[in-house]
Design a protein around this ligand. Structure first.
Ligand SMILES: CC/C=C\C/C=C\C[C@@H](O)/C=C/C=C/C=C\[C@@H](O)CCCC(=O)O
Ligand code: ZN
Length: 584
C-alpha cells in the first residue's frame, strides 16, 4: 500500500476511477450544491475505496443496482479534509454518492448581485487547483488519476452555467435550466471547473469565444481579440492543440488568480483588461498549459514545477514569436525579480525554494509561490542554452508527445532527459535547481538593449523624453528596480510627472503602490485601500497587505481593511491574507 500523493487519501493498491457522472443543483439561497456523483471504476473491484472529501455531507452510497454500500467518513484532517471509505462488494464497478456541499466549500465562491458587474444576479465559480475539487465532488483528488466526465448543472433559468468541458445542451424546466457538459479527454480532478452567472459570449475565432458578464463583454473581446493568432503560434511551437476549443471566461474581480488553465475554458481575471493588450501574456500562459500541465501533468503538487516551469518557458516562446525577443527578455527579467522576491519570502523555509518539494503536512496553497514558475523556467532555459534551441525544441516536442494525458514525477522527467539529452543534467547542475534552495549560480540572465537602458535609470527620476516609448512592462521593471530606501521625494516626483497612482495597468499600479508603501509614501494609501476592495487576485493582495502590515500602524490598517473586505475574497484568498496578517 502506498500513498503516492501526500495530498490525497488514494493509495495505489485500490481501484481507480475512469469516468464521473456528476449532477448538481445550484442553490444560491443556501449556498450549497445538492449533488450526486457516479464513479465508474476501471475494473470490477472489491474491498475499500478511499475518496477525498472536504466538508461534504454524504447522504448515501449505492452500487449500480441501487444497493447501499457501507461507508465511513473520517474526522477531517486540516489540509486533506475527510477520507470517505466505501466498502465495495465483489463485482462492483460503479457507485453513486448522494451528498451536498458546504456553504464554506473551499473551491467555491458565491457572489451576491452587488459583487457582480451587472448587480442584478448572483454568481458562482469554482477554483479546484490544487486540492479543492474534493470540496465539490467526492473523488480520488490526485493528478495521478485522470477522469472523463459528464455533468448536469441545474441553475436558475435566468443564469447560464459554463464548464471546462464540451457543451452538450440546455433544457429549461420551470424556473430552472439544466445545462449538460461532457469532457471526452481524461483530466486530473483539479481541472474540474464551472461558473454560473448572467453570462454572454462573443466569438473571437474559429476555436475561441470569450464569455463575460454583458457589462464587461466588449472590453474583454477587444483585449483578447488576438487569441487565435496566439493559438496558431502555440501549435507551431508545441504540436496540435488537443482540446478542440480554447474559450475564455472573464471572471468577476474576486477571482484569486491571474488565470486558471481549465481545459477548453480558461478562467481569466478582469485585471487583465488594461485596454491596451499589455497583459495578455497571462492568456499565453494559460494557453501554453494546454500542452504543459493539462496534457503532461505533475503527479502531485510536489512536482508543480513540471506544470508551471514548462508553461512559463512555453509562454515566453509564444511571446517571442508574437512580439519579439526583447519582449520575451523583459518578461524573463520581471520573472527573475519575482523569483528573487519569492526566495526572500521563503527565507525561513528554504526547502520550498527547491523545484522538487516534499509537502507531506504542508498545504499546497501555503507552499505556492513563483519559485516553480520562474526557477523552473531558468532550469529549462539553462538546458536550452546547453544543447541549443533546435535540439531543445525537438526534445520538448518529444517530451510532450511521449507523455500525453499522463502524470509525471520529477524523477521520471530527469530519467527522460538523461535518455534523450545525455549529460546535460550534470552540465547545467540540475541538482542545484531541483533539490537545492535558492537561485543557482550561473543561471541564465536575460539581456537586451532595452533592459540595459532601464537598468541605467535605476537611481534616477526619468524625464518624459527617457520614457516616451516605455511599455507598461518596462515601467513595471523600472519601479521594481527602485532600491529600498529610495527617498519619498522621488515617489512624489515620479507621481507628479507620470501619474503612476492612477495607472490602469494593474501590474504597474500594484508594483508602484507596494514600492510606495514600503517607502512610507503616504499618498499611496488612498488608492491602496480602494484597490484592496476592488480585486481579489492574490498576486496583488499579498504584496499590498504585506507592505501595509510591515509597520505597526499599517498592520492595524491592514487588519481593518481585511475585516471590511474579506467576504469579497475567495476562500483561498481569505486564507492567504489571514496567514500574512497573522505572521506580521
Ligand atoms: C511548490 C508548489 C506547491 C504547491 C503548488 C500546487 C498548487 C498551488 C495551488 O495553490 C494552486 C495554484 C493555482 C494557480 C493558478 C494560476 C497561476 O498560474 C497564476 C498565479 C499568479 C497570478 O495571479 O497571475
Ligand atoms: Zn500556470
Amino acid at each position: 500500500m502506498a500513498r503516492l500523493d501526500p495530498h490525497s487519501y488514494n493509495d495505489d493498491t485500490q481501484p481507480e476511477t475512469e469516468n464521473l457522472t456528476w449532477k448538481a443543483r445550484v442553490d444560491f439561497r443556501t449556498r450549497r450544491l445538492h449533488a450526486e456523483a457516479t464513479l465508474s471504476l476501471k475494473e470490477t473491484s472489491a474491498g475499500p475505496l478511499d475518496l477525498d472529501t472536504r466538508d461534504l455531507e454524504i447522504r448515501s452510497v449505492v452500487d449500480a443496482e441501487g444497493k447501499p454500500l457501507p461507508f465511513l467518513v473520517s474526522p477531517p484532517e486540516p489540509i486533506l479534509g475527510s477520507r470517505l471509505r466505501v466498502e465495495l462488494r465483489p463485482g462492483t464497478k460503479q457507485l453513486t454518492i448522494r451528498y451536498r456541499t458546504s456553504p464554506q466549500a473551499s473551491a467555491l465562491q458565491w457572489l451576491t448581485p452587488a459583487q457582480t458587474a451587472g448587480g442584478q444576479f448572483p454568481y458562482l465559480f469554482s477554483q479546484c487547483q490544487a486540492i479543492h475539487a474534493r470540496s465539490v465532488v467526492p473523488l480520488q483528488d490526485t493528478p495521478r488519476i485522470r477522469i472523463r466526465y459528464r455533468a448536469e448543472l441545474t441553475v436558475p433559468k435566468e443564469l447560464k452555467a459554463v464548464m471546462a468541458a464540451g457543451f452538450t445542451g440546455r433544457e429549461e424546466q420551470g424556473v430552472e435550466a439544466v445545462e449538460r457538459y461532457e469532457m471526452p479527454q481524461p483530466i486530473p480532478p483539479y481541472l474540474l471547473a464551472f461558473a454560473v452567472g448572467r453570462l454572454a459570449a462573443k466569438e473571437l475565432g474559429p476555436r475561441s469565444r470569450v464569455w463575460a458578464e454583458p457589462e464587461v463583454l466588449e472590453s474583454a473581446a477587444e483585449e483578447f481579440e488576438d487569441v487565435d493568432a496566439m493559438l496558431r503560434a502555440a501549435e507551431a511551437l508545441f504540436g496540435a492543440y488537443d482540446w478542440e476549443r480554447f474559450d475564455l471566461l472573464t471572471m468577476p474581480p474576486s477571482f484569486p488568480y491571474g488565470g486558471m488553465e481549465n481545459p477548453r475554458l480558461t478562467f481569466l481575471t478582469p485585471t487583465l483588461l488594461a485596454g491596451d493588450k499589455s497583459l495578455v501574456s497571462v492568456v499565453a500562459h494559460e494557453l501554453a498549459h494546454s500542452w504543459t500541465g493539462n496534457l503532461v501533468t505533475n503527479a502531485s503538487a510536489e512536482h508543480f514545477w513540471l506544470n508551471e516551469g514548462f508553461t512559463v518557458f512555453a509562454e515566453r516562446r509564444i511571446l517571442e514569436v508574437l512580439y519579439g525577443s526583447d519582449v520575451a527578455a523583459l518578461h524573463a527579467a520581471l520573472g527573475r525579480r519575482a523569483l528573487e522576491d519569492a526566495v526572500q519570502h521563503f527565507k525561513d523555509h528554504p526547502k520550498l525554494t527547491a523545484l522538487r518539494t516534499h509537502l507531506s503536512g504542508v498545504d499546497p496553497d501555503e507552499a505556492f509561490s513563483q519559485v516553480p514558475y520562474e526557477k523552473g523556467f531558468l532550469f529549462l532555459r539553462a538546458i536550452e542554452d546547453a544543447v541549443g534551441r533546435p535540439a531543445f525544441d525537438d526534445f520538448l516536442k518529444r517530451y510532450i508527445e511521449s507523455h500525453r494525458f499522463q502524470a509525471l514525477t520529477t524523477e521520471q522527467f530527469t530519467t527522460f532527459v538523461e535518455k534523450h539529452l545525455p549529460g546535460v543534467l550534470a552540465k547545467v547542475d540540475a541538482e542545484a535547481y531541483l533539490n537545492k534552495p535558492g537561485i543557482p549560480q550561473g543561471s541564465p540572465v536575460p539581456r537586451s538593449n532595452r533592459l540595459e537602458q532601464i537598468g541605467r535609470m535605476k537611481d534616477k527620476v526619468p524625464t518624459a523624453e527617457d520614457v516616451k516609448d516605455w511599455t507598461p512592462a518596462e515601467w513595471q521593471l523600472y519601479i521594481e528596480g527602485l532600491r529600498k530606501g529610495t527617498p519619498r521625494d522621488v515617489f512624489r516626483q515620479l507621481d507628479e510627472r507620470f501619474h503612476l497612482t492612477k495607472s490602469h495597468n494593474s501590474e504597474v499600479l500594484v508594483s508602484w503602490l507596494a514600492a510606495a508603501l514600503r517607502a512610507g509614501w503616504e499618498p499611496a494609501l488612498g488608492r491602496t485601500e480602494a484597490f484592496l476592495g476592488e480585486v481579489g487576485r492574490m498576486k496583488y493582495l499579498k504584496p499590498l497587505y504585506g507592505a501595509l502590515a510591515a509597520t505597526l500602524e499599517g498592520k492595524a490598517l491592514a487588519r481593518s481593511l481585511f475585516n471590511r473586505y474579506a467576504e469579497r475574497y475567495h476562500p483561498i484568498a481569505q486564507a492567504a491574507v489571514e496567514s500574512i496578517l497573522n505572521r506580521a
